[in-house]
Design a protein. Structure first.
Lengths: 94, 393
């Protein structure tokens, strides 16, 4: 982990970036100047829960409950936050 | 479609035109000597699509998956319905980008763009000095551009600067980046000139030396190291200085679709230079047919069109043979490997161009600016050098 993701951290989609569902691609995407990232299932599930209030810990709890059979989901979620912060798709709110 | 029995075709029709470029007008107040627009643009300036035709095109493309929208030209702000087009784009869910010289961007218009949901503005800048900036655009627009940059920032837009790089400004790259930083840029694209349209006509005058290019790249890397994540700098390498071709447009008919001022639908900016091609037009054809089935879009999609050396090349998936337009305009053969590739039998054309651009007699011929008058001469087939501007400011 490069970005020291803490359970108490709250993140939001970065300024000038937009997160939306794309019907034609059947996936969530992040849009920004000159670029687009297509998010595969799990990543979309995480980012759609960023409402400016939910902390990383809240999202971990919620996703564990929603996907009880997914093994190692916690590490995947933290890894996704780490990647998204490194790529500057997210900004820290608190 | 023509290749129904071939497994590849079934696969490639799944491609979506994610990027839609709307070249809404070819009229432009600037006269940049490096413009990639067709030299005969003058004949496309009279029959521009209406607002309603643009809105219908946006709707149809969105249904097919288009999501990034560039509104370009020419200078798009010469049309007074851009606000209306942007508002519709926003409603449809596009991430929209106005690509402008800044000329015509007033407080009133930028406020309207903000209200109707424009996502960002890409501004072209040309140099740190007023002399070079005004010279290469053949206008007095340097001070205006700086004011527009401040206006973009003040309205909370991401600041995206595009700087076309050529012999006249390449030694200033370090200073250009410092200027961008001072203007608060978030993204800077240092776009080394590629040679199509007007820039091809002026190739000998615009091409830098390899040493200049290396210095510019080093200056860019030093700047990146100092500034880090807060500003993204893209350095687009000019393909003449490479030994492998670019995967042009990320592949013909793979992700890009362009609708031009008069409604032609193109897989790339300069496709109309290719011989024997008939392009779809939104006045007569649906965009879905244009993308999936039109002969123009299927012709060079995938790899079936390839001949040797591309056909058996183990790098064919990396670059898809490079650029069809570049191959045609340099060699007369649209289906040959891009001359940039050292495996192409036409590589000597690139080497000769590099050499000729260093010949002091050739390089100091007059530059031909992108003006209506010069374009009319191209339309008439007069390829003579027509303007007596000298290449040095």
């Amino acid at each position: 982990m490069e970005n020291n993701i803490q359970y108490s951290n709250i993140y939001a989609i970065a300024l000038h970036h937009r997160f939306q569902w794309e019907e034609a691609q059947q996936s969530y995407v992040i849009l920004f100047p000159e670029g687009m990232v297509k998010l595969h299932g799990g990543a979309g599930e995480i980012l759609k829960r960023l409402d400016g209030k939910a902390s990383v810990g809240d999202i971990v709890v919620e996703l564990k409950a929603a996907f009880p059979d997914a093994e190692g989901i916690e590490a995947d979620i933290l890894g996704m936050f780490d990647l998204a912060v490194s790529k500057a798709w997210l900004r820290k709110v608190n | 479609m023509a290749q129904l029995n071939n497994g590849v075709a079934a696969n490639v029709t799944q491609k979506q035109p994610l990027w839609l470029l709307a070249e809404v007008t070819y009229r432009c107040p600037l006269h940049c000597a490096f413009c990639y627009n067709p030299t005969d643009y003058d004949k496309h300036t009279k029959n521009e699509l209406s607002t309603e035709q643009w809105i219908n095109a946006l709707r149809d493309a969105r249904k097919m998956g288009a999501i990034q929208l560039g509104i370009s030209g020419g200078e798009p702000l010469l049309r007074d319905d851009i606000e209306e087009i942007v508002a519709e784009a926003h409603k449809l869910g596009y991430y929209s980008n106005l690509i402008t010289s800044g000329v015509g961007l007033t407080e009133k218009r930028i406020q309207a763009f903000k209200e109707c949901g424009l996502d960002h503005i890409q501004l072209s800048m040309h140099d740190v000095t007023e002399d070079i900036s005004n010279f290469i655009t053949n206008t007095r627009t340097f001070e205006l551009k700086k004011k527009v940059a401040a206006m973009i920032k003040a309205h909370g837009y991401p600041m995206v600067l595009n700087v076309v790089i050529h012999r006249f400004n390449i030694d200033q790259v370090g200073k250009i980046l410092e200027m961008a930083e001072a203007l608060g840029a978030d993204y800077v694209e240092l776009a080394n000139t590629q040679y199509y349209g007007w820039s091809l006509v002026n190739r000998d005058q615009l091409m830098p030396t390899r040493e200049q290019l290396n210095r510019a790249e080093a200056a860019t890397n030093a700047f990146r190291e100092r500034v880090g994540n807060k500003m993204k700098v893209f350095f687009v390498v000019p393909d003449y200085f490479s030994d492998r071709p670019k995967k042009c447009m990320n592949g013909w008919g793979e992700v890009f679709m362009i609708v031009t001022a008069n409604g032609d639908v193109l897989p790339c900016h300069s496709a109309r230079v290719l011989p024997g091609m008939e392009f779809p037009n939104v006045r007569e054809n649906g965009l879905e047919w244009a993308w999936k089935e039109s002969p123009a879009f299927t012709k060079y999609r995938g790899k079936d069109w390839m001949k040797e050396p591309c056909r058996s090349c183990d790098e064919q998936d990396n670059d898809l043979g490079g650029c069809r337009c570049q191959s045609y305009i340099l060699s007369g053969d649209a289906e040959m490997a891009d001359p940039v590739c050292t495996k192409s039998p036409n590589r000597h054309l690139i080497d000769e161009a590099l050499l000729s651009s260093q010949n002091p007699l050739v390089r100091e011929q007059p530059i031909i600016f992108r003006t209506d008058k010069n374009s009319k001469k191209y339309v008439e087939g007069d390829k003579e050098r027509v303007e007596q501007f000298h290449a040095l400011p």
